[in-house]
Design a binder for this molecule. Sequence first.
Ligand code: GLA
Length: 346
Amino acid sequence: MEVVSSPGRLNIIGDHTDYAGGLSLACAIEQKLQLSFLRQPNVVELRTNYVEGSAKFSLDNLDEQFIASLQPTWIRRVAAVGYLLTQRNIPIAGFSGSLTSQIPVGSGLSSSAAIALASCLAFAPDIDITDAVKVAQQSEWLAAGVRCGLLDQLSIAYGRKDHALLIDFSVESTQQIPVSENIEFWIIDSQIERSLADSAYDDRRQCIEQVAAQLGPLPNLSVDELQMLKPLEKQRARHVVTECARVKAAAGALFSGDHRGLGALMNESHESLRSDFEVSLPALDQLVEAARQIPGVLGARITGAGFGGCCVALCERGAIKDPESLSGKGWLSRPADGLQLLTANE
Ligand code: GLA
C-alpha cells in the first residue's frame, strides 16, 4: 500500500496576486488529505469518506469529453490529471484506493488542488514536482473551468513544517521563512458556500489581464502609474499593486519576528480585498472584525478567492481556546509539511 499525504493550504497574505505574476506568503497546513492505494493496470477506482460516492474509470480513451461525462463530479479532477499527464508524455499507471480528507470542501483551503497533486503522485510516482504543479493547475482549468493561478499548487507542493513560503509568481520561485513558535493561525470557516465564485473570479482575472496588457506586469507598477485607467480597472489594479507591496513587507515582518506588523498588514489586506477588489461579503467582514476584538489576535483577513470560505487570524499561541467559537467551525493551525509519498511497499 502506498500513501500520499497532501495538505490544504493557507494563504497568510497576498490574494489575487498569483495570476498577476505577483507575490504571496502562504503555507501548507496540518489539515490534510490522504490517498492510500495499490497500483493496478489501466483502471482507477477510488472510495472517499467525505464527498459523494465511489468512482471508477478506465485509462483507455481518456479525453476531455469523457472527463466531462464522469460522475460524481469530483472524480473529474483525478481523470483530468491522468489525461494531462499523458498529454505531457508522462507514463501513468492505474490505482485502486481510498481518499480520506480533513480539508473542508469549498472553504478556500484548496481541497481540490490537494486531490490533484495527490493524484499526480499516484499516477506517476517519479514525476518531477514542477510538472505536478503545472498539471494540477491545468486540471482545475479543465475539470472545474476555473482559470486559477499557482498559489494553491505551489503552497501544497513546497510547504514545509514551521515555515511560510514567500512565492514570487513572476518566476515561480519559493523562499522558506521560519514561523516563530509563539504564533499560530486561526482558520475561521464562515460556512458560506462560495456562490458565483467562479465567474466572479474570472471577471477579476480578466480585468487584471487587461490592465497588464496595457501597462505591463502589475507588480512592477506604482499606484501613481494607474491614474490613466478607467475607475473600475484602477480600483482592481490598486489592490494587486498594494497587495504585492504588503506581501513583501509581511515577509520582512515575519522574518524579523514583528508579528504585530504582520497582523496590521493582514488587516490592510482585508480592507483592500473588501473595498478595491470587492471579493468579501458582509458576513466575512463581521467575522474578521469580531476576531480582531479578541485579545491575542494580531490581525485578520479573508483568505483565498473570497465570496465565502474562510478567514485567517494571526494569533499569539494559546490565545484562542475554542476555535469554533466565532462561526461554529474553525481550526488552529501551524505551517505543515507539503506533499509527500509516505510509504512505498512494492
Ligand atoms: C483561488 C485560486 C488561486 C488564487 C486565489 C486568490 O484559491 O485557486 O490561484 O488566485 O484564489 O488568491
